[in-house]
Design a protein around this ligand. Structure first.
Ligand code: ZN
Length: 458
């Protein structure tokens, strides 16, 4: 089976050039100025950009959260991903309290197998750091999981102490893995939540007061400092504020291996949404910030202090799920859909707005996450031997995002009515067209598990 993509402009994280691509058996077989070979299928990409399929390193699919189940499983979320140009997701497999990492991996492989439209890998999200959990890390690395996530916003039994964090970094480093962290200080959040509740301040407009930027900055600095003691790499997922990115920048200036990820919603939505009558639709953790934080995040993207943009796709319905938090925001499950809109949003607010180059777009949504999480160069670039995952992207088209165009099962999109410039025209996975103009052709179960290579500094 061969496919020839002709006349497109190939854009990787480093290069931009006009060339044809010949795909054979799902892989890039040849890239050349003008390939005139016979192929089973020929696609004319005149006027289109040919980008490597996007890699979303931050999704939460088919998961229990705050006592509710997300509305998207691997089938619906990866169909949405495919339509939006994302051909690989790295999902968080959650270790249940008292459970094992092997159990989490097995459960998530079952959730994805037979359902996922796109390829997938996993981080394992830890509920606790115990000697037993740390002891399992080498076996997980051997099984193809090389990133382990911990939340610093827990409290009580879920609070992770400094010594535990140190041991997690050391164990991960020793096994060839990287630690990902959600960095907000849970102990202080608990104090703020208690205070707000006693003052009757439970409407969603007070969510930012429970989780202010300083709480994020403190945990970010604490995690970076402990990673430094362990001489271990660290990946901060979901950086939302100027305060936190300042800590990342300072550590990187000292030469520490620190990676930061933000999400499109921190770049294009602001905390003003919490004043809306349906403001609870926008609950996420960390919360949305005032707009000046987004300006600082864009600067950090330009300077290279932010490496990756993940969607943090965690979809719920407004009716019957998010709206339970109308009187008390702590009752609303955190998160919303975003896997489908990610590439277009970053293109529109980044490239089309003149903030970043098309190459930097590829780096942020594809190449860097593929490198950091051990999937490069199979994913994240277009080179001879890479998987033939591609977005034939139309940078000039204009789209209005809405529930009508969203393939998530959620009954709303947080980006309703937003006009974006640039969208995928056609999306290929291993040489096969899986989406075209927002219609999905790929079938559930065609996605493959991607074992990650051990972490090495890109
Ligand atoms: Zn998340």
């Amino acid at each position: 089976m061969t496919t020839l993509i002709k006349n497109g402009t190939i854009i990787t994280a480093t290069d931009t050039y006009r060339a044809d691509i010949l795909v054979k058996n799902g892989r890039v077989c040849e890239i050349g100025g003008e390939i005139s070979k016979i192929a089973n299928e020929i696609i004319d990409a005149t006027g289109k950009w040919v980008l490597p399929g996007a890699v979303d390193a931050h999704t939460h699919l088919d998961v229990e959260c705050d006592g509710m189940t997300t509305v998207d499983d691997f089938e619906s979320a990866t169909a949405a991903a495919a339509a939006g140009g994302t051909t690989t997701v790295i999902d968080y497999a959650e270790q249940v309290p008292g459970g094992t990492l092997a159990g989490a991996l097995e459960k998530w492989r079952e959730k994805a197998a037979g359902r996922s439209v796109v390829d997938y890998g996993f981080h394992i999200a830890l509920s606790e750091v115990t000697p037993g959990i740390l002891g399992e890390i080498p076996a997980m690395v051997a099984a193809g999981v090389t990133s382990f996530h911990a939340r610093l916003d827990g409290w009580g039994e879920r609070y992770i102490h400094d010594g535990q964090l140190l041991e997690l970094f050391e164990s991960a480093r020793g096994a060839g893995a990287i630690v990902c962290l959600h960095a907000e200080n849970g102990d202080i959040i608990r104090t703020y939540l208690g205070r707000l509740a006693s003052e009757g301040k439970t409407s969603v407009r007070y969510l930012p007061e429970a989780r202010p930027p300083e709480v994020e900055a403190q945990a970010t600095a604490r995690a970076i400092s402990i990673a430094e003691m362990a001489r271990a790499p660290i990946y901060l997922s979901g950086i939302s504020s100027a305060h936190a990115i300042e800590k990342v920048k300072a550590a990187r200036d000292r030469g520490q291996v620190v990676y930061a990820e933000t999400s499109p919603h921190f770049l294009v939505l602001t905390s003003e949404r919490y004043e809306d009558p349906d403001g609870v639709k926008y609950t996420c953790i960390p919360p949305l910030r005032p707009s000046w934080h987004a300006d600082v995040l864009w600067k950090a993207i330009s300077s290279g202090d932010i490496h990756s943009i993940g969607s943090d796709h965690r979809a719920f319905h407004y009716a019957g799920q998010k709206d339970l938090g109308k009187e008390d925001f702590t009752r609303a499950p955190r998160g919303f859909a975003g896997v489908q809109e990610r590439v277009s949003l970053v293109h529109s607010a980044g490239v089309a707005a003149g903030r970043i180059s098309p190459n930097r777009l590829v780096d942020l949504v594809s190449a860097s996450p593929a490198k950091i999480f051990g999937l490069f160069p199979r994913k994240g670039t277009l080179a001879v031997g890479s998987d033939a995952d591609m977005i034939l992207f139309d940078p000039a088209t204009e789209v209005t995002l809405s529930k009508a165009t969203s393939l998530s099962r959620s009954d709303y999109t947080p980006y309703e009515g937003m006009n974006v410039r640039g969208a995928p025209w056609m999306v290929l996975q291993r040489g096969k067209v899986i989406a075209r103009e927002n219609k999905v052709h790929g079938r559930a179960g065609q996605g493959e598990f991607l074992p990650a290579a051990r972490f090495s500094v890109p």
